[in-house]
Design a protein. Structure first.
Length: 214
């Protein structure tokens, strides 16, 4: 929310590119059987990627986008051959902003949280980096925002300072039938794009000597 506020205030100029990472820890022994079935979960680009695509549309102030390329793979969990533990995609928005995101279930046990999720937002006048859940080897807390623009470098610790304005707006939307927190059009577009990314994805092969398999 604070990143969106800074972007709205022109802190980094026009947003031209977003990079998002959404790594997760699988904790395979604790998962139910359906967790490993893409037919039931929608696949990794729908499951985790939906959040990434929605953030891109928001930060880039885009109404629509095209999926240029996407791929999925199972690199680690060979006991579940249909499972996807890695996925990525590249998109371009209707306003020219571009997006690359990577999602995975490969978080190592040595990390102090379930995933080192990060977002980098590049603008014409600066950039923002969000270190959402941890600042590795430095600070175990989350909600770190780094801003670099013409005025210099700044670090913001957002935990406990920004609040949760989205949820207040969402509750009011449910009571009043309004769409201030998120429009239905926006939500449906994020869903559509993650479904397209999943459907179009090349599944890479991990067999020795093989480069890819559709």
């Amino acid at each position: 929310m604070f990143a969106g506020q800074l972007i709205g205030e022109g802190a980094i100029g026009r947003v031209v590119q977003v990079i998002g990472t959404g790594p997760h820890r699988a904790n395979a022994p604790s998962r139910p059987a359906w967790f490993f079935e893409p037919a039931r979960t929608g696949g990794i680009l729908c499951d985790i990627g939906s959040h990434q695509i929605e953030q891109f549309l928001t930060f880039a102030d885009a109404k629509d986008a095209k999926v240029l390329h996407s791929k999925v793979a199972n690199y680690r969990f060979k006991a579940y051959p249909d499972f996807e533990d890695f996925g990525d995609a590249t998109l371009v928005a209707d306003n020219g902003a571009t997006f690359y995101f990577r999602v995975d279930w490969l978080t190592p046990d040595g990390l102090g949280t379930w995933g080192d999720g990060r977002t980098i937002i590049l603008g014409t006048e600066g950039y923002i980096e969000l270190r959402k859940y941890i600042d590795i080897a430095r600070d175990a807390s989350g909600d770190h925002l780094y801003l670099v623009n013409q005025d210099g470098e700044r670090h913001f610790e957002c935990a406990g300072r920004v609040g949760y304005p989205y949820f207040g707006q969402f509750i009011l939307d449910m009571l009043s039938g309004t769409e201030n927190a998120m429009t239905q059009e926006h939500a449906f577009k994020a869903m559509e794009l993650c479904l397209l990314a999943q459907a179009q994805a090349v599944r890479t092969s991990t067999a020795e000597g093989s480069t890819f398999a559709c």
